[in-house]
Design a protein around this ligand. Structure first.
Ligand SMILES: Cc1ncc(COP(=O)(O)O)c(C=O)c1O
Length: 396
């Protein structure tokens, strides 16, 4: 027997290539200077939070009240949950109440809370690929099994693949739209088809399949695309979101989850979610951040900055012969690699001082992910390196 969890040791070992990649990136930055290494590897927003965030923080600190830094109900401050409920009521034209909302430590905290509340051992969670790699761990954290299904050529939902994957052990589906890593927004039509399929499945198996909608990029959309309102499509939906991306508050660990007002088994579900938030060790979402975001629900960072980056990077990649879906939202692009081995291709990019992530890490081999939440100059300075790589593989 090992002194440390064998499962965790296994995870560390399997993730070693990612660590090696980051170590190599750090080595390159040391050797050539950070300004000469073009780091597109992380989804950590480069924009500062909007000025309203700092103004609100100041005001909240000045207008303190007793026990403001103490424990609170595990679901969060009632007045903050009420404000979120009002916001969602307007957005979805569906009456939410404060009890439908639980404040969380980011979307990651929210996803873990929901999965802990839902899963019995070995129950399955279907995830369309490519997907946010952490879902593997979150599902396993709570004894579930991930079942990965493919998407269509343009990364939209493949309903037949869901039909093949559903069975009596299916407990939930996790969808992330706008998507990390593809930038796709799942179409309303495909979501409706999925909802119809799930409703039929529910009748056949006398069970409930919950749809967990992971939407931290919902406000980061381009070209007037709209993210369809999932609450108006499927009743057994739990929305999970955060302010990490749209307010650049990733380090502050603040988000919320919301259940559909008519969700199945609502009372028991909410009780278990709130208990999960407590016993997973989150206890409650950060107090000061809850008070701040109460005033910031409808604002975001300047999306034009990301759009400008997207257009600059994507027009260059296109000119160089790379093929990809133009991202409709989020701040990632997921081009095809010119060779089958995406890990090898990312190593070639590294030789030209470009840091990217292989698609295999997202269940999307044969692709690489570039995060364009970076200073504009990083994109501009990287262009000669992209050109060199494109020439090397005969793309131009
Ligand atoms: C799809 C997706 N879901 C969840 C998260 C977790 O974000 P948070 O900082 O809100 O926990 C991320 C972070 O990159 C993400 O890309």
């Amino acid at each position: 027997m090992s002194y440390i969890s064998e499962k965790m040791l296994g995870y560390v070992k399997r993730a070693s290539w990612i660590r090696k990649m980051f170590e190599e990136g750090a080595r390159l930055k040391q050797r050539y200077g950070p300004e000469n290494v073009y780091d597109f590897s992380l989804g950590n927003p480069h924009l500062e939070p909007p000025k309203e965030f700092f103004e609100t923080l100041k005001e909240e600190i000045e207008h303190s009240f007793p026990h403001v830094h103490g424990y609170m109900p595990n679901a969060g401050f009632p007045e903050v949950r009420e404000t979120v409920a009002e916001y969602l009521t307007k957005e979805h034209k569906l009456r939410f109440s404060a009890s439908d909302i639980v404040m969380t430590c980011g979307a990651a905290g929210g996803l873990n809370v929901v999965l802990k509340a839902l899963l019995n051992p070995q129950e399955e969670v279907i995830v369309p690929a490519p997907y946010f790699v952490e879902y593997n761990f979150y599902i396993d954290n709570h004894g579930g099994k991930i079942k990965v299904v493919p998407t269509t050529e343009d990364f939209n939902l493949d309903i037949e693949a869901f039909a093949r994957a559903l069975n009596k052990r299916t407990k939930a589906i996790i969808l992330n739209s706008p998507n990390n890593p593809t930038g796709q927004i799942y179409s309303e039509e495909s979501l409706r088809d999925l909802a119809t399929l799930l409703e039929k499945h529910t009748q056949n198996y006398a069970t409930t399949v919950y749809l967990i909608m992971d939407e931290p990029y919902k406000k980061l959309v381009y070209d007037n695309y709209q993210v369809p309102s999932i609450f108006n499509i499927y009743q057994n939906t739990i929305l999970v979101t955060s302010f990490s991306k749209d307010l650049s508050l990733a380090g502050e660990r603040i988000g919320y989850l919301a259940v559909h007002p008519q969700i199945g088994n609502k009372e028991a579900l909410l009780e278990t979610i709130v208990l999960a938030n407590r016993i997973l060790g989150f206890v409650n979402a950060p107090a000061l951040m809850q008070r701040a975001i109460k005033h910031l629900l409808s604002i975001s960072v300047d999306i034009n900055a990301y759009k400008k980056n997207r257009d600059l990077l994507c027009s260059k990649l296109k000119e160089l012969g790379f093929s990809f879906l133009l991202p409709k939202g989020a701040f990632y692009v997921f081009p095809k690699t010119p060779i089958a081995d995406d890990v090898e291709f990312v190593q070639v990019l590294q030789q030209e001082r470009i840091l990217a992530v292989p698609g295999s890490g997202f269940g999307g081999p044969g692709h690489f992910r570039l995060a364009f939440c970076v200073e504009e100059r990083v994109i501009k300075n990287a262009m000669p390196s992209f050109e060199k790589v494109a020439k090397k593989f005969g793309l131009v």
